[in-house]
Design a protein around this ligand. Sequence first.
Ligand code: IVH
Length: 690
Amino acid sequence: MEFDRSQALARISALRELLRENARKYYVENAPTMSDFEYDQRMHELEELEAAWPEFQSPDSPTRRVGSDLEDGGFAKFPHKYPMLSLGNTYSMEEVEAFAERASKTLEGGFSYCCELKFDGTAICLTYRDGRLFRALTRGDGVVGDDVTRNALQIANIPHVLSGSGWPAEFEIRGEVLMPYDSFDRLNAERELAEDPPFANPRNAASGSLKLQDPAEVGRRGLFCTLYHIPVGQVDFPTHDEALRAAAEWGLPVSADRRICRNIGEIEDFIAHWDTARKSLPYATDGIVIKINEMDCQRALGYTAKSPRWAVAYKFKAEQALTPVLSIDYQVGRTGAVTPVANLSPVFISGTMVRRATLVNADQMEALDLHEGDWVYVEKGGEIIPKITAVEPSRRAPGARKPAFPTLCPDCGTPLVREEGEAKWFCPNSLGCPTQVKGRLIHFLSRKAMNVLAGEATVEQLYSLGLVRTPSDFYSLRREDLLRLEGWKERSAERFLQSLRESREVPFERVLFAVGIRFVGETTARDVARHFGSVEALAAASREELLAVPEVGEVIADSILRFFADPRNGDEIRRLREAGLRLSVGESGPAQHSDALAGKVIVISGNFSISRDAMKALIEANGGKNSGSVSGKTAFLLAGSKPGPEKIRKAGELGVPVLDEAAFRALLPEGALPESETPAAPEDGQLSLF
Ligand code: IVH
């Protein structure tokens, strides 16, 4: 079919949308919506249209993501215009001097050095074409890189379009994608809650994030980019420093932390300065890069097979400190795992004061041959997680004993257990051990679970006052309860309650993740939820039926069985159902219903057959607005049993109608009330779940 320009654009957009949606279903949800054949045909059609209409080419078109997509992490691969090389490394000033000497032997005239920080992230190569970001490639194997353009577009300081003028029609610029320490800490805290393995250091976190298949998630990871190299021949500046200055004027992120040095003494000063100053940078650096500044000198020196002869990296030594262990804590985690943590006499390492370091587990303590009061070498693994690398036996006090790993839970006194094949000791009292209980509550509210706006301090407060013991307790909290507590104001209470109400919309798979069944992480929860469809079906599943789910092995199956075998968990699930949470796939939940109450401001008072929060959610789901006090604007007062006399009086005074629950329900269209909202069966304390 022959298209005109606007028809071509419309068809291209439609095809891209279709292919993207299918790719998302394929990669993210494992459920493609079209056959491979159809997919290939549409892709082919799109390729032809893009070839015929080059002005509509776009870096984020699905045609750019073909090739090895399916086998290899879902990124198209492109060759680098200039290979991405590495740098010669040195740890000594002598070698820096040798580098300078070699350079002066080859170079005739005078030259200078441009000294920069060596950023410890993951390398990226950006191509700008006609002032727009055209492509972003990872280093890959140095010759071919992964196309991560869609992800790069989500990194806040990478410009999509250049500013200023004078940029070449097309050029590559290279640099590093980094994750600042605070984003790294936040990400790892979230991962820990989600039982995902934490990243070892910000560098791994940055490269892992850059390779995500979900650009929106990349955008949330707090990454940033710093650029430091325009391969020769693309721009025409006499010096590297001037090229970087121009890049900065075009809006590209270039670090100002560089200095032109004339001699070794100045290089040494720069190194000495940053050896200390880098410790207060908010991101990781692992050395200094010394580059010959003049471009003609760079050209004259050239490259070895692996690295440029015009640059060298001086690497900072991993910082170590020797300090005594003051005591050892045994920390209980959300899953009950007990981790030994050494309290150290405080020492300053890589930018922060280190007071504690992990001893990992009982085997590691044994391997270190740790004794009480030992002096230990502490290092920041990947510059961030302090670990004890060795003990210094010469400083051991005579008669020092080995610390005894506790046999009882330090939190609740339950005897610890160590299951076969497990490296850690566990407290089996999962429902009674305070740290485990609080950990689960925090997990329940976390972003990837119910996404309720509350922090650990809130959980700590509500738990310590006995207001919340299990997740369902959150849904019985009332405004008045919160306002009585220290630090709560109208606004914060309403925000928290509103966030809880909104959490009723969270789909079943995330609710299942939120309840915190051991070993059931985000992905497993999703697979299991989709396979069984409802919590009833899951609770009734046999071991064999559980093992039939592709990603479920014996450990997960047994954990799910154990969870549902405990009547307290059954009770809790029932209470969550009463609170209005979604416990089956596709369950409508309290939203969706109707506009029956559109524009009506409603005040509720007293108790109903469902919780007050469920009632408020029902009002909102049918278009109504909740208000706390009766006024001239109130459409009606919905009064349950034991309504507040003050509200009744006020309604009477203002002529506001008072409806009971039955009258209210009659206003709603049939089916507006999902089954889950029907009054709960009276508590019988039995094992039956539903
Ligand atoms: S220049 C031709 N400058 O360190 C080589 N690299 O270990 C051009 N790096 O591959 C690289 N900070 O990924 C250069 N200021 C900086 C750097 C830097 C970090 C990375 C880069 C390089 C690796 C070598």
